[in-house]
Ligand binder design. Structure first.
Ligand code: DQA
Length: 145
């Protein structure tokens, strides 16, 4: 099983970026944690981060025929990106949306996700644990097919 983890804008700043909301772990720390977890589950993963919407769209398009599933934290693009939503729908790769913070307890504009309706489901508010839960969710979903 091959899973692609995609990370949107400003997630490269994790560790120092608003640690009260996003925790003190860097994206590299989270990647290492998820790599350990995926090894135990015999899942191959790739981690990718970009601040650029089109690069995330390209990655989603390139995932077709290569990855069985996607776990995505679209970050701010969650609330704005029709392009990422359409890309997920276009490739028909099962996708789980994840967030470190609980977007439903924050500002009103964060409560709306344009990308979640293109996904199997959304995991939000468990810090770095959302990445692990995303891995388990996509694995269970793919195994149930
Ligand atoms: C986020 C939540 C988004 O609203 C925000 O723009 C982010 C991070 C999260 O993981 O909690 O950049 O996706």
């Amino acid at each position: 099983m091959k899973i692609l983890f995609l990370n949107g804008p400003n997630l490269n700043l994790l560790g120092t970026r608003e640690p009260d909301k996003y925790g003190v772990q860097t994206l590299k720390d989270i990647e290492n944690y998820i790599k350990d977890e995926s090894r135990k589950l015999n899942i191959e993963i790739q981690f990718y981060q970009s601040n650029i919407e089109g690069e995330l769209v390209n990655k989603i398009q390139e995932a077709k025929g290569v990855y069985d599933g996607i776990v995505i934290n679209p970050a701010a693009y969650t609330h704005t990106s029709v392009a990422i939503r359409d890309a997920i729908l276009a490739v028909c790769i099962p996708t789980v949306e994840i967030h470190l913070s609980n977007i439903h307890t924050r500002e009103d504009f964060r409560k709306i996700s344009l990308t979640a309706p293109a996904c199997i489901g959304q995991i939000t508010g468990f810090g770095a644990g959302s990445y692990k839960l995303g891995l388990i969710a996509i694995k269970d979903y793919l195994e149930s097919l």
